[in-house]
Design a protein around this ligand. Structure first.
Ligand SMILES: [Zn+2]
Ligand SMILES: [Zn+2]
Length: 341
């Protein structure tokens, strides 16, 4: 019998499977920049190892390394961790436990990619042997207070809009592809100042710091282990959190609370809110912030148009999808959708 090395179940089946489980799952992430010569082979091996341990989540593998977010049955965690660490390429992995629990993933995806973070930068623009100095959460806090320090959020706008370091510059970009050139430009007058980078778990800063150093920035630092590790240490060591709000995560939970501050606003009414929603219109799916009141009023949709569409029968929705003049939904929420209401 042929062995299938990818998920074949429907969302409904997967949800039912998860509901039947009578054990707890834990969410962990890790990354490593390491040369992987045969990513396809490595991928199959990892897929088998994960399936065997009933691990769900998302793993990206490229020639430059590996990036993984995983939901693991708690009783399999030790065995799974040990078998990962036995793989030649994955020695000395640093696992980061999620800040908050919850069912993070429905299925297992293991993909081979060109890069583990889709920066799309030229190889000449980075040298992974020369990266920013790692700072502990405590060290990061101290460095922030230095008068000429520049703090940069190395994530997309929808991540920093619900949580960020108080004094951080948050680039208004929607993809990793746009991020590095945007940051280089935003901080171009700070080539000699301490530049402090942070992201969710550290992976994006690893390469971004190298890029900035190659582009003439002389004093570049990165928050070791990212916001995840920072949040853990803030709790365990009772350090003051200079990060406010939520840590956005790319799984079903969408965010983990770090502090009780709510720094975002509902896109529809402007009230304080930091709850990200995926528009309920299945032809739209735009990501936006919506407060509880607007969620009720718009039935979880981003606009009146989307709400009306989501009320149509499946047949009518099909007809619409075939219409050549149909609205093309945007990847990014636009304020125009609001004004047309
Ligand atoms: Zn609202
Ligand atoms: Zn919508």
């Amino acid at each position: 019998m042929k062995e299938y090395l990818y998920n074949k179940k429907s969302i409904e089946e997967l949800k039912a499977d998860l509901q039947k489980e009578n054990f707890k799952r834990v969410t962990y992430s890790f990354y490593k920049y390491v040369t992987i010569d045969q990513p396809e082979k490595f991928r199959d091996r990892l897929y088998k190892l994960c399936s065997k341990n009933n691990v769900l989540g998302r793993i990206y593998i490229a020639n430059e390394g590996i990036n993984a977010q995983l939901s693991i049955p708690e009783h399999n965690w030790t065995i799974f961790k040990d078998s990962l660490s036995r793989l030649e390429k994955l020695k000395k992995l640093q696992f980061k436990k999620a800040i908050e629990d919850g069912n993070s993933f429905l299925k297992l995806i293991v993909k081979v990619k060109k890069e583990i973070v889709a920066y799309n930068v030229d190889d000449n623009d980075v040298d992974m042997e020369v990266v920013g100095k790692h700072l502990s959460p405590q060290g990061f806090n101290e460095k922030i207070d230095q008068h000429n320090a520049v703090v940069v959020d190395m994530r997309n706008y929808y991540e920093s809009e619900v949580g960020r370091f108080e004094s951080a510059i948050a680039p208004n970009v929607a993809t990793s592809r746009e991020l590095l050139p945007a940051v280089k430009d935003l901080i171009k007058s700070h080539k000699k100042d301490p530049v402090l980078l942070y992201c969710t778990g550290g992976i994006r800063c690893e390469k971004a710091s190298s890029y900035l150093i190659q582009n003439g920035f002389e004093d570049v630092y990165q928050l070791s282990g990212g916001i995840i590790n920072y949040a853990h240490e803030v709790r365990s060591k009772k350090i003051k959190s200079k990060f406010k709000g939520k840590n956005f995560v790319f799984d079903a939970r969408m965010g983990e609370r770090v502090t009780s501050d709510i720094i975002g606003n509902c896109y529809q009414c402007g009230m304080r809110s930091d709850d990200h929603k995926d528009c309920n219109n299945d032809a739209c799916h735009v990501l936006f912030i919506q407060c509880k009141d607007c969620e009720k009023e718009f039935l979880g949709c981003c606009s009146k148009d989307c709400m009306n569409f989501s009320k149509l029968s499946e047949n009518e929705r099909k007809k619409f999808r075939k219409d050549p003049n149909k609205i093309v939904y945007k990847k990014r929420y636009s304020m125009r959708a609001l004004n047309s209401n």
